[in-house]
Ligand binder design. Structure first.
Ligand code: AMP
Length: 408
């Protein structure tokens, strides 16, 4: 019977060869489980963790038995939920969608027309959007009519002014959609709401958030609204990342096309898969932990390159806001790398930002010392919780139609 079950929200983050998922209790938005299927279409594996990081399930399939597409992978997830979380019934599904173009300023209830429109954004995010939509379609097939909500990584940045939203190309390009959309918006929105709720003395200040993960960007937030960000038309722009280049002189691309006859696919592979930390470390790794553990000269240069670009962009965004009062580190590197946080903050000492070394070493929330002109914080991001909040808010505006996983 549904009455004895926990009403819950399922979050789906569907990537090119993975589906990440999380289940939240709808009553208090506490996380029940989180997991993912990686390697869809090849050597797929499935892992689920409880909120205290205990592994609840791991499965690695032989190739012939592995889920071959997003539909099959989603069915594996739902089967698992049905058996392992039989006390839960799913009220609504929230999807992470990378691109909402200039149209979607906030999350939206998914229907046929919305899907059709999101499909028209494929050209804006060819490596992500088709997989996000594949996840939405697979979930609609399984769940039928329960509310499904799309939450966009670009939406938070739509408060940017024209100057921070455009490239210096002829205006017709802006009008046709060549804009600085920005990404990691759900992470920035989460951090912003966390500060508002738990650290209100710092809310609304001139803030730079550095979301430093495998993908990495920074965002200037003033009076609680996004002002400017380092990623632009695509998630390639800005600082160097795990294997993405970050900003490159467009002249380099002209050179590759004109003198080396590289086509779009070859250039795409270079910029998305072979560059960034991986490229500068001489192919050693896109993973900061591996680089920090390495003694090679190239690994050290990759780390220093990354830290310097983070530091440069902090000051560049501060210049846009004409000030900086709060600096926040988040993402896998921002939350966990004592070395990168320490290096970035120490290099900013000349502008009056002062590191509290002991606080940084212990991973405290406040990283700067009392006399620092800028308060430096370390906050763990939670994009899934942000999606769960949006999904809860939008779906409770509706009559509570639900479908439990048993009655599929
Ligand atoms: P994300 O994409 O947010 O999951 O972040 C992944 C990045 O965080 C990878 O480069 C990891 O090496 C890095 N990372 C995670 N834990 C640590 C750590 N303890 N020290 C340094 N880097 C870390």
């Amino acid at each position: 019977m549904n009455t004895a079950r926990i009403p819950a929200i399922l979050i789906i983050n569907s990537g090119s060869s993975s589906i990440k998922f999380a289940v939240f209790d709808d009553a208090n938005l506490s996380e029940l489980v989180k997991g993912q299927i990686d390697g869809i279409g090849s050597h797929a594996s499935f892992k689920v963790k409880s909120p205290d990081q205990r592994i609840q399930e791991t499965i690695t399939w032989p190739k012939e038995l592995a889920p071959q597409d997003h539909n099959a992978a989603l069915k594996v997830i739902l089967e698992w939920l049905h058996h392992a979380l039989s006390n839960v019934h799913i009220l609504a599904v929230g999807h992470r969608v990378v691109h909402g173009s200039a149209k979607y300023l906030e999350p939206v209830m998914i229907n046929d027309a919305v899907i059709h429109e999101l499909e028209s954004f494929y050209a804006l995010a060819p490596l992500h959007e088709p997989h996000n939509i594949a996840g939405i379609k697979a979930a609609r097939e399984v769940f039928g009519d329960i509310p499904q909500i799309a939450c966009f990584d670009t939406a938070f940045h739509r408060s940017q002014s024209f100057i921070n939203d455009t490239y210096a190309l002829p205006r017709t390009f802006y009008e046709e959609g060549v804009r600085r959309y920005g990404f990691h918006g759900l992470s920035y929105e989460y951090i912003n709401s966390y500060v508002q709720q738990y650290l209100p003395a710092y809310f609304g200040k001139k803030t730079v958030v550095a979301h430093l993960g495998n993908g990495a960007s920074l965002c200037a937030i003033e009076r609680g609204h996004a002002v400017a960000t380092t990623m632009g038309f695509s998630p390639l722009d800005g600082i160097p990342m795990g294997s993405r280049s970050g900003q490159v002189d467009p002249g380099v691309l002209l050179y590759l096309m004109q003198y080396k006859q590289w086509d779009a696919q070859r250039i795409s592979d270079l910029l998305y898969k072979e560059s960034g930390l991986k490229g500068i470390s001489g192919g050693l790794s896109n993973d900061m932990r591996t680089l920090e553990a390495s003694n090679t000269f190239e690994a050290k240069e990759a780390i220093n390159y990354f830290a310097q670009h983070v530091q440069q962009e902090i000051l560049s965004l501060a210049a846009v806001m004409k000030g900086l009062e709060v600096l926040i580190f988040t993402g896998g590197i921002g939350e966990n790398s004592v070395f990168i946080r320490g290096q970035v903050i120490q290099e900013l000492q000349w502008v009056g930002i002062e590191l509290d070394t002991a606080a940084n070493d212990s991973g405290a929330e406040i990283l700067s010392n009392i006399s620092s002109k800028v308060v430096c914080l370390r906050i763990a991001t939670n994009e899934e919780l942000m999606i769960a909040k949006h999904t809860h808010n939008l779906s409770t505006a509706l009559p509570s139609e639900s479908l439990d996983t048993k009655t599929r």
